[in-house]
Design a protein around this ligand. Structure first.
Ligand code: ZN
Length: 273
């Protein structure tokens, strides 16, 4: 037979269990609400970003909005690197800027390198840039673009020409800075130095390619860059002998298309190596 104290003990125990159960249910409910309000973030696969940044958006990196982004902004030089073409990069360029080894291309994947940089665009916002070049000039590009970044040299876009279907005219019209593209020199059947990844075009819209065609007519490429063919005019983003790009590229052993006789290619720097 149970004593009064014994009954009181059981009642207290039951009350305790009820309160504990109630508290646990409230906690479980709160946790469920929390989880549903903050679902697992969607993984953002960004082709072209290095493995380290695979799940971090460019805006996060550039705005320093998360830990990795803050690190990138504190140590931006880590964003300037070169590496061999991996399978993802090969897949991006094959059949576009890279016709394929089976089609008799004179340069192998192993001769090329992927270069990753940051740059200031025309709004002076930090943007990510990607280049494919000959591996012999990859380190030059890393050093040159790091210095351009440090000195806040504005470059509008640095995207692989593959994003323009390897169409050089479209890339230039969009003022895209690019390097490797397996193609002939316009109007000829000779391979351009871009085919070997040894030439780079900087802010091409403002620094057009000017030459005479077979009929002696002056041609400006890109066509929408005609306004910038007059090099005595004063306008922004014009590459001259006083320009930082000119200084850095020539210091690294490149020649400038603006110094060519006859034909002028103000966007173009190349290095024989
Ligand atoms: Zn060029």
């Amino acid at each position: 037979m149970m004593t009064i104290n014994g009954r009181l003990f059981i009642m207290k125990k039951k009350m305790h269990q009820t309160i504990t159960a109630a508290v646990l249910s409230v906690c479980a409910l709160a946790a469920a609400v929390f989880v549903s309000r903050f679902p697992e973030p969607e993984k953002k696969a960004r082709p072209g970003l290095a493995q380290l940044w695979e799940n971090v958006s460019l805006s996060e990196i550039c705005a320093g909005e998360n830990r990795k982004g803050k690190e990138a902004m504190q140590q931006p030089e880590k964003e300037f690197y070169e590496m061999p073409l991996n399978d993802k990069i090969k897949a991006r360029i094959t059949g576009v800027s890279y016709p394929g080894e089976k089609e008799g291309i004179l340069i192998g994947y192993d001769d090329l390198a992927y270069v990753h940089v940051l740059h200031y665009d025309f709004q002076m916002e930090v943007k990510e840039g990607e280049l494919i070049c000959n591996r012999k000039i990859a380190q030059d590009l890393v050093e040159i673009f790091l210095e351009l970044y440090r000195q806040k040299y504005p470059i509008e876009k640095i995207r692989l020409v593959d994003e323009y279907g390897a169409d050089d005219e479209r890339s230039m019209e969009d003022n895209n800075t690019s390097c490797f593209n397996y193609r002939v020199i316009f109007g000829t059947d000779r391979l351009s130095n871009h085919s070997y990844g040894k030439a780079i075009d900087i802010n091409p819209l403002y620094n057009p390619y000017i030459f005479s065609d077979a009929d002696g007519r002056t041609v400006v490429q890109p066509e929408n860059g005609t306004a910038y063919a007059d090099r005595s005019a004063d306008f922004a983003h014009k590459i001259t002998h006083e320009d930082l790009c000119y200084r850095l590229f020539t210091e690294h052993g490149f020649t400038w298309g603006g110094d060519w006789e006859g034909t002028k290619d103000y966007q173009h720097f190349e290095k024989e190596s």
